[in-house]
Design a protein around this ligand. Sequence first.
Ligand SMILES: Cc1ncc(COP(=O)(O)O)c(C=O)c1O
Ligand SMILES: Nc1c(O)cccc1C(=O)C[C@H](N)C(=O)O
Length: 407
Amino acid sequence: MDLLADAAERDRTDPLAHTRDLFVPSATPLVAYLDGNSLGRPLKATRERLTALVDGAWGTRLIRSWDEQWMDLPFVVGDALGAACLGAAPGQTAIGDSTTVLLYKLLRSAVAHAGPSRPEIVLDSENFPTDRYVAEGIAVETGAKLVWLHPDPSRGVTVDDVAAVVGPHTGVVLLSHVAYKSGYLSDLPSITRVAHNAGALVLWDLCHSAGSVPVTLDAAGVDLAVGCSYKYLNGGPGAPAFCYVASRLQPVLSQPIQGWMGNSDVFAMGPSYAPAAGMRRFISGTPPVLAMTGIQDTIALIDSVGIEAVREKSTGLCEFVIAYVDSSLAEYGVQVASPRDSAQRGGHVTLSHPDARSLVAALWERDVIPDFREPDGIRIGAAPLSTSYAEVAQGLLSLESLLRSAP
Ligand SMILES: Cc1ncc(COP(=O)(O)O)c(C=O)c1O
Ligand SMILES: Nc1c(O)cccc1C(=O)C[C@H](N)C(=O)O
């Protein structure tokens, strides 16, 4: 069977095929959007929800909407996200700030909580830059010591890697659940257990798993987590991130950006700060109400189809890519740079090729949109709710035709 016929057959039997039509179509030609792991597509429902917000809660109810619904929105949306995607019971997830700022708030809180007898932060050289930079800044600020792991770039951090370095001086282990380059899916429950056995806290970055890979924060006993909402959660450019703080830790953590919205009585406006109980203390300033709009629609959609179904389609799309690389693109020097075992891979597949940079540029000219990641990665992030097999097939055929015509 040729690739397009194979894709058509898969689309015909795909239980999530219908969700693609719920997204806003591109107004200009788009052959294949394969970058849902950087910026997800908007849902049509979001356009309606934004208009309704402008006309109603904002345009009509005005300041009254803070009392009527907005003060609690970070927690209402956080709880919905926790239930649909994160395995988190209510009262532990909040929306607000960027991932970077939330990483700072939670890592800084955790370092302070661990205290001077546990000054080490364990992290890895393959993690996304912002995670590494935030930790570097906190090390300078607090005197914490960074303990670097250097995992094989084609995979990511394993249980054994963590077990080898944690000990009586470890305060916090900071890792990404899905590696942004290789797509490696770390064993979150086992790594959390190893860190806890050493007496350390764990802070997981879920940017590349939220809305794509089911996460079991409560069941795994995770302490802290952050993640962004503009990838698989389709919150839109710059949509706010989320943070998770396990209930048991909320009363004992003090976050460093003390703002009025995290105060115990927000409108008391008293002389000094007294942190609110629960997740409110992790909020600093006014919540980004408009920017929380899109996330709500995708959470509702994932809740209706189930995160397990999303993961199943995601795995199918990735395996479809890998099979075609093996059968047809390997002869042009394309390699699979992600783990081949789906159980060890998140929602994207990275291919490597010496000319990856120019190939991606040429693909963009043909309205095929993967992304390039240094040094030689072509990252295929086919968001399962908005991407068909046919779209992925068109993208792969475009790549093949470029490779075939290369001098
Ligand atoms: C693992 C990871 N952490 C953090 C971020 C981004 O942080 P921010 O939302 O602050 O831009 C990204 C992607 O942008 C990411 O892939
Ligand atoms: N967050 C991004 C942005 O603000 C602009 C352009 C791209 C991005 C990304 O999502 C990068 C992404 N986290 C990555 O995994 O490479």
